[in-house]
Design a protein around this ligand. Sequence first.
Ligand code: ADP
Length: 190
Amino acid sequence: MLNVVIFGPPGSGKGTQSEKIIEKYGLEHISTGDLLRYEISHHTHLGALAKSYIDKGNLVPDDLIIDMIDSKIDKLHNIPGIIFDGFPRTVEQAEALKELLNSHGEEVSVMVNLNVDRQELIDRLLKRGETSGRTDDNLETIEKRLSVYESQTTPVIDYYKKEKKLVEIKGIGNIDDIFGRIANALDKIK
Ligand code: ADP
């Protein structure tokens, strides 16, 4: 299987590039942000809990996220691979993912790290906020999310670097050009 972790700060284009990767490689999409927003819109207990973290720009606790991923992976059968979008966001989540995939005889094939500078991220997220209806796309929460990313999520890059799974991709410019860079990298490891 081709198991891809699409990685980068909020606003780096993980969702946009995931769609294109899925179209080309037929992967299953697991986006923790989408899963959490689904729970919120369906007024579940998990949704209510998650919302209290998300609206402040904080991470949802690891155990909740890992349980959610675990049950999602269990439901997938006979697929060419999975793209993980917005997960793992902590080293603990990365370690849990390794165990989960190992228990299915699988592993992460590659981590694609989208590089975008801070001002571009803020501009993109504010623009998205005009139409997304997302309560976390406002300047105060965006700045908090970026600082949480720096402190809690960037160590995940080193984790995959040590595992020799890291591929760096320039995430600025035309969407199709960025996808071209990603596809080049994926075709090499397939
Ligand atoms: P973005 O990458 O633009 O911040 P996401 O949709 O991936 O957007 O995530 C939105 C919010 O959901 C995050 O700020 C965080 O509160 C929560 N979240 C999503 N994925 C995770 C995760 N793997 N671990 C903890 N919290 C998460």
